[in-house]
Design a binder for this molecule. Structure first.
Ligand SMILES: Cc1ncc(COP(=O)(O)O)c(C=O)c1O
Length: 398
């Protein structure tokens, strides 16, 4: 264990099961450790660094903004906030925006907005239906929304008002809908629990049901948004339009930010009902504007789709070679590789040793979520390392 890692154990709360690697520098799809060793990064800050590490457009925007105006309060108007809100509205099916600082905070706000809508239009209905194996964040309410007991158990009793139902079952949502229901909240593709794709027509059926019942559809696009799945927002691929959508992670090129977007009819907050000190600050919004404009101007979503397809095809090739690979699934550059046994942690370690950073999303599955700016060359390099790592694990299994 290095000096810095020892200090971390001494001073930092014991919340993360970290890979034994201290990163000091990043550029594009690559990072460097404290000894100067280079790695190809297929974790990308947990799907945050969509434009790679230290993207020049974000450096330029932040450098300019940090010398002009970093933070005001929301008592005043600021231009970067308004520009980013306009750009988001112009490029989505939503009409209004609220900025905050993280994904969990965006989802909290979305649930507050849905409850407010319930108070105004649905006889005070307040319950939100969410899916099992979802992930919506770490605040108490979002732990309750997250349909995974391992995150909920340590904090019981949890806030009420959430019903977790089976994912990919429209019948489960129908059965859980009562007079108390104000919204259904889903990730279009479940990221944290293993890149679980929605069945054909599931999301369209959920939207039709929400419309029929007059309740809101909230899509958590915190991981899937901003080009990650091959379109700017994942909902575009499923022929649906959410009433509320949340964003965070990749929105500002690595600078912390979160956003709630809503259709006009669902945008029911009035002054004083919601707020944030740092939310929508000029610095984060300038970074967000530069990031989103770059994504749009350079068809980064299209690149994610094409390179994601190339990655998936390459992984399918590995699946043919190694019997213990049981599944390759994904969308754009959000891809999982599943094994017949719990070897994901060993794969992380062997890949690390060979210069590739990957994420263990389940004991038996890896998740790949590199920068959306990578090309086929980086994929070839990653596939080469994965191939040799799989061969070495295969030897151990035999
Ligand atoms: C789909 C989804 N929602 C919410 C969150 C929480 O975001 P944050 O960690 O910024 O609070 C995450 C984080 O991984 C996520 O993937």
């Amino acid at each position: 264990m290095s000096h810095w890692q020892e200090l971390e154990h001494k001073y930092y709360m014991n919340t993360f099961k970290r890979t034994p690697l201290t990163l000091v520098k990043g550029q594009g799809a690559r990072v460097w450790d404290e000894d100067g060793r280079e790695y190809l990064d297929f974790v990308a800050g947990w799907a945050v660094n969509n434009l790679g590490h230290c993207p020049p457009v974000v450096i330029e925007a932040v450098t300019g903004q940090v010398q002009t105006l970093i933070q005001t309060s929301n008592q005043f108007y600021t231009i970067p906030q308004i520009r980013l809100a306009e750009l988001l509205v112009q490029n989505s099916c939503l009409d209004k925006v609220f900025f905050c600082n993280s994904g969990a905070e965006a989802n909290e706000g979305a649930v507050k907005l849905a409850r407010r809508y319930g108070q105004c239009y649905l006889s005070r209905a307040y319950e939100v239906i969410t899916a099992m194996s979802s992930f919506h964040g770490r605040t108490l309410a979002m732990v309750a929304a997250t349909g995974q007991t391992k995150f909920q158990k340590p904090y019981i009793p949890l806030p009420t008002g959430f019903v977790n139902v089976e994912y990919n079952s429209i019948e489960a949502i129908k059965a859980a809908t009562t007079k108390q229901t104000c919204a259904v909240m889903l990730e279009p593709v479940q990221g944290e629990s293993g890149v679980n794709l929605p069945d054909d027509n599931y999301l369209a059926a959920v939207q039709a049901w929400c419309d029929q019942k007059g309740i809101l559809l909230i899509l958590d696009e915190i991981q899937t948004g901003l080009g990650r799945t091959g379109t700017l927002f994942a909902y575009e691929q499923y022929g649906i339009e959410p009433d509320i959508m949340t964003l965070a992670k990749g929105l500002a090129g690595g600078i912390p930010i979160g956003a709630i977007l809503a259709k006009d009819r669902a945008s029911v907050f009035t002054p004083g009902e919601h707020g944030s000190t740092f939310g929508g600050n000029p610095l984060a919004c300038a970074a967000g504007y530069a990031t989103l404009q770059f994504i749009l101007d350079n068809d980064i979503a299209g690149n994610a789709r094409r390179v994601g397809q190339y990655l998936t095809t390459g992984l399918e090739g590995l699946r043919e070679k190694f019997q213990f690979i049981t599944d390759v699934r994904g969308c754009g550059l959000l891809v999982a590789l599943e094994f017949s046994s719990d070897i994901a942690q060993s794969m992380v370690t062997v890949c690390l040793d060979r210069g590739l950073l990957v994420n263990q999303v389940k004991p038996n599955a890896l998740r790949f979520m590199p920068a959306l700016t990578i090309g086929n060359e980086e994929v070839d390099e990653a596939l080469g390392i994965l191939d040799s790592a799989l061969a070495s694990i295969n030897q151990r299994l035999e």
